[in-house]
Design a binder for this molecule. Structure first.
Ligand SMILES: *[C@@H]1O[C@H](CO)[C@@H](O)[C@H](O)[C@H]1NC(C)=O
Ligand SMILES: *[C@@H]1O[C@H](CO)[C@@H](O)[C@H](O)[C@H]1NC(C)=O
Length: 215
């Protein structure tokens, strides 16, 4: 389904009002997402160095939400709106952040960082919800997406054992970050031409660099 909205652009001093395809990312989303990205850039220090080696937490398998999942859904779900994927991104990562926080004792050295990250995430979600008409959030989801949603919102003790996976906090935040760049790419435009944030090879190639110690 194609949504129409009115966009106002300033062109050489002229206001033009033209119907355009509704941009999936409203401009006011960019500030909170960039703030979130600033926090995420310290994730190696706080999500790796302050945890035991190979430390993992238990998450729902749908909470391991990577670029490959997005690309698969885009291929397999007919007429999938990016807005639906953005909603799913918020739903998934809200759970991820809660689970990471839950394993940290009050005095864990990464706790203030994670709490701040979660706050920034909630701020971004608030802006996301405010900047779309309420009907958008009542729209029926495609079956595949609804199934994922239902799995994620199931009471933990009703989730079957085979649905749980173990993942490191750092890898979960890597996924959060990479999928954010892909789903909200308009906010992360760079000077590099043809930046494809949704391309998986991009992060594979960048991996070596990523492994270098930060600071
Ligand atoms: C995310 O934030 C970091 C640190 O502020 C910055 O270096 C990086 O370029 C940002 N990423 C994007 C895609 O804007
Ligand atoms: C961590 O995991 C790696 C790869 O699975 C393994 O080779 C290594 O021995 C593990 N380290 C510890 C301390 O368990």
């Amino acid at each position: 389904m194609i949504q129409l909205s009115t966009s106002v652009c300033l062109l050489g001093g002229l206001f033009l009002i033209a119907p355009v395809l509704m941009a999936p990312t409203p401009a006011n989303m960019c500030r909170p997402l960039k703030t979130l990205n600033d926090s995420l850039s310290h994730r190696r220090r706080y999500m790796k160095h302050n945890f035991p080696i190979n430390y993992t937490i238990r998450v729902h398998h749908k909470e391991i939400f990577k670029l490959s999942n997005i690309n698969k859904m885009r291929l397999n779900v007919e007429a999938l709106d990016d807005l639906v994927l953005q909603r799913l991104w918020f739903q998934v990562n809200q759970g991820v952040l809660k689970k990471i926080l839950r394993v940290m004792p009050e005095r864990h050295p990464s706790r203030p960082y994670t709490a701040e990250l979660e706050k920034r995430f909630r701020d971004a979600e608030g802006v996301f919800v405010e900047s779309h008409p309420a009907e958008v959030f009542q729209q029926e989801l495609p079956d595949t997406i609804q199934d994922i949603w239902d799995g994620l919102t199931e009471e933990p003790d009703r989730v079957p054992d085979f649905s749980w996976r173990f993942a490191s906090p750092k890898s979960l935040l890597d996924n959060l970050c990479h999928t954010m760049f892909c789903l909200f790419s308009e906010c992360f435009a760079s000077t590099e031409p043809q930046q494809d944030y949704c391309g998986i090879s991009r992060w594979r190639k960048g991996r070596k660099k990523d492994l270098q110690p930060e600071s």
